[in-house]
Design a binder for this molecule. Structure first.
Ligand code: ADP
Ligand code: ADP
Length: 225
């Protein structure tokens, strides 16, 4: 991706946002900023914020706008974010989008593009129930489409030479919670498509294909290589 880019990545749970954000950010020297990751870190660390968010996340509901804005404000204020960022999972409703506009105006870093990962909902269930991740390094796998080379343990380089951690399944990747998360997406987040289309920022990427093909389309859509 050429030049400094400030991007927002949107799409339903399981569309592949985290996977693409990691690849594109690494390639372009940008920061991947995921509110889901920041919240899960707070839960794992047992902070007060994490304790407040945990029950809501387990139910597949949205954590309060105030909590996530606090997290995103702190993260976007760090110097590395000025070099370019991909926001994964924020904003998730119209109030968050308005708060983000105000924050980015303050920082002098307006959004260049909003990439919507468009996908057949029927694909999502398998992606989500098959998702596994490393509790130590965060690498994301899929038992169907992207299995670990080490079976149920993480195959990331960082664990070379030691016994690699066992992969885990997110508590909210259970079938009943997935259903609710998809409903919450339709009700709260989908309206942002019009919000950003009206502002001329929306780019749509088909997210059903293999990871590499989606990345190539993403780069074209977001105005890079
Ligand atoms: P997915 O990758 O499956 O879309 P995330 O990892 O982005 O899910 O988010 C997991 C959970 O964290 C959400 O279901 C929600 O409870 C909480 N969360 C993440 N981002 C936000 C946000 N911007 N606003 C409110 N809650 C959020
Ligand atoms: P999101 O952040 O949108 O919830 P993830 O990037 O975590 O989505 O992807 C959800 C699951 O689907 C993960 O297990 C991931 O390995 C897998 N996955 C991601 N992109 C693809 C793809 N293009 N084809 C097949 N599986 C994919």
């Amino acid at each position: 991706m050429s030049g400094r880019r400030y991007l927002v990545l949107m799409g339903p749970p399981g569309a592949g946002k985290g996977t693409q954000a990691s690849r594109i950010a690494e390639e372009g020297g940008m920061c991947k900023i995921s509110t889901g990751d920041l919240l899960r870190e707070a839960v794992a660390a047992g902070t007060e914020l994490g304790r407040k968010a945990e029950k809501t996340m387990k139910a597949g509901e949205l954590v309060s706008d105030e909590i996530v804005l606090g997290l995103i404000r702190e993260r976007l204020g760090r110097p590395d974010a000025a070099a370019g960022f991909i926001l994964d999972g924020y904003p998730r409703n119209v109030a968050q989008a308005e708060a983000l506009d105000a924050l980015l105006a303050e920082l002098g870093q307006p959004i260049d593009a909003v990439v919507l990962m468009d996908i057949d909902p029927a694909v999502l269930f398998k992606r989500l129930t098959g998702r596994r991740s490393c509790p130590s390094c965060g690498k994301v796998f899929n038992i169907y489409s992207a299995p670990s080379e080490k079976g149920d343990r993480c195959d990331a380089e960082v664990h070379a030479g030691i016994e690699a951690p066992m992969l885990v399944q997110r508590k909210d990747d259970r079938e009943d919670v997935i259903e609710n998360r998809l409903r919450v997406y339709e009700r709260e987040t989908r309206p942002l498509v019009d919000h950003y289309r009206d502002r001329g920022l929306l780019r749509v990427v088909k997210a059903d294909g293999p990871v590499e093909r989606v990345s190539a389309e993403f780069l074209r859509a977001a105005g890079g290589g």
